[in-house]
Design a protein around this ligand. Sequence first.
Ligand SMILES: [Zn+2]
Length: 218
Amino acid sequence: MARKIIPDLSGQRFGRYLVLRKDENRCDSRGRHDFYICKCDCGAIRSVKKYDLLCGTSKSCGCATKERIKAADFKHGYSRTRLYHIYQMMKYRCYNPKYSSFKEYGGRGVTVCDEWLSDPMNFIRWALNNGYDDTLSIDRIDVNGNYDPNNCRWATSKAQQRNKRKAFLIVFDGVERSFADVCDENGVSRRNAWQHWMRHKDKTKLVEYIKSHALSAS
Ligand SMILES: [Zn+2]
């Protein structure tokens, strides 16, 4: 039986390594423990055991691992911040069916843009450059739109609540308006008015309720 010829690995790529040539100084006569001179994508030159290349044990000079650790540190540094928590919750709402609010978000097709999804730092950078502070919450401008830089802003929770309810419109004095705005302007408790709506599911009655409970019937 002919001896199996092990092809020269020169020119092949293994992870970040591009194999340049055999390392003639470190090859043994039987060719089993050959070493190859490899160039890492970061520019480093290393003599790497053939076996480690073929098995995938060696994929870079070490720079890949260092980068991973650095990224982990970075993430760790942010993992306890409010902003990172907001990021996680946003992802849960859109992608975790076990999460209580999923049906109002992911369940309705709301997504997080690829840029933010792929790296929390992209989200954090956007937040810090766009008016984030620790008293504000992330708010989608169009309640049916996605989480992306064009559809998000930092808002007080009051502004956000109003925006959420904007989906619920009622005709008040002949004009279609947001339920929340109409309640606020008439000094009517939104919570009570909402309970009234839940009991009757009748918009005409709801408007009557708001009018009869308005603070100043001017
Ligand atoms: Zn490298």
